[in-house]
Ligand binder design. Structure first.
Ligand code: SAH
Length: 379
């Protein structure tokens, strides 16, 4: 998918898909294209003699996969003029009697009079951090208007994950670059870039935590409003020593499968082979960067909110939370003295070894901490 400008209107959006290099990039994203290819062609049982709709078919590769898997009819719908290339691809694969190409938006499409609905909808609608571009809305429109009861969606679930991360390429790199200290440049560069998330490839080693689920989306039932504003607070314990320099966001999608097949997952996680979506990273301002130890608590609030004026764009907002100032779970495995003591106290309670002194010791320690935390521990 393309990094379309925030302000793009529909015409500009579809125009951006006339650049064939965008399609080349997507087709050559082997993880992406083979995930769809496997999800479709390994499940012939689901596709045999079915009526399929491919929303945003682009060059038509997913429609061809569906025909190869046994679909009796595929409606390939593409708003940009790449629809013309799709027609040619259909012809060179001798599938004109199965795949019908419609050049237009799915919102303007009508099924032939003798067909009431489709059995399967296939679409590659995902943008950066899943929701960028808001093509999901068209996918949901098609689901609500064309999909038969008990019809299938490819993919049928999507999940968004997040984790704190280190970004040596944005911070340490400038400590000494080719023998020159360039931290002042780094600071300005960070300021300049601070209004936009970065789309960069991260390695699993750059994550300070394996990640937490931010949102699990059942595409069969979700409505657009459910994903217009997703906001969650995260509390994680660092799994390694490192610098908390940013927050990484990625997504996964899963596809339906017949009973004898393992469901296919398309993952854009840093631990998985790279895709053209890379990862989305919100970089912290230099002043907020923290060095963390294993089991040190990290907390933040992350929200992904659809823009009202430019409905294809979203605003990502990160609010760092001082992990020392908030309630920790009970018990908590973090390295704060209070949590360590409380855990030891609980253990003694479990073992029936508690003495009066221990209670006092714990209370003293709690007094040193904020009232807020004290309340939590006593609850
Ligand atoms: N299915 C192709 C292309 C995916 S990119 C592939 O897998 O290679 C998404 C495509 O959806 C783009 O070509 C874009 O022009 C098209 N698209 C986006 N919204 C659409 C809509 N509402 N109706 C029809 N096409 C749409």
């Amino acid at each position: 998918m393309k990094n379309i400008p925030e302000s793009a209107n529909n015409d500009e959006y579809f125009k951006s898909y006339e650049d064939l290099e965008v399609h080349e990039l997507m087709l050559l994203d082997v993880e992406r294209t083979t995930a769809y290819g496997n999800a479709i062609r390994q499940n012939e049982e689901l596709f045999k003699d079915k009526i399929v709709m491919d929303i945003g078919c682009g060059t038509g590769i997913l429609s061809v996969f569906c025909a190869q898997a046994g679909a009796k009819k595929v409606f390939a719908i593409e708003a940009s003029n790449v629809a013309g290339i799709c027609e040619e691809v259909v012809a060179e694969n001798n599938l004109e009697n199965i795949i019908d190409v419609f050049h237009g938006k799915v919102e303007d499409f009508q099924l032939p009079a003798d067909i009431n609905g489709v059995d399967i909808i296939v679409s590659e609608w995902m943008g950066f951090y899943l929701l960028h571009e808001s093509m999901l809305e068209s996918f949901l429109f098609a689901r609500d208007n064309f999909l038969n009861k008990d019809g299938l969606l490819f993919p049928d679930t999507a999940s968004i994950y997040t984790a704190p991360c280190q970004l040596p390429q944005m911070f340490e790199l400038w400590e000494e670059y080719l023998g020159v200290r360039m931290t002042s440049f780094r600071q300005r560069l960070r300021e300049q870039k601070s209004t936009k998330p970065e789309i960069v490839p991260l390695s699993a080693e750059q994550l300070l935590h394996s990640g937490e689920l931010m949102s699990w989306i059942d595409l069969k039932t979700v409505c657009q409003e459910d994903v217009d504003n997703i906001s969650e607070t995260f509390f994680m314990l660092s799994e390694s020593h490192g610098n908390f320099q940013g927050v990484c966001i990625w997504f996964e999608c899963t596809f339906p499968s017949s009973s004898d097949q393992t469901p296919i997952t398309l993952s854009t996680s840093p631990g998985q082979p790279a895709t053209h979506w890379k990862q989305t990273v919100i970089v912290l301002p230099e002043i907020s960067v923290l060095t963390v130890e294993p089991n040190e608590a990290i907390a933040y609030e992350l929200s992904i909110k659809r823009n009202k004026s430019t409905a294809r764009g979203y605003t990502l907002q990160l609010d760092q939370i001082d992990a020392d100032e908030i309630d920790h779970p009970i018990p908590c495995d973090c390295i704060m003295t209070k949590c360590i003591l409380f855990k030891a106290h609980l253990k003694k309670l479990e073992n029936g070894q508690l003495e009066d002194d221990d209670d006092e010791e714990l209370e003293e320690e709690q007094d040193e901490n904020s009232e807020n935390k004290e309340t939590t521990l006593r609850n």
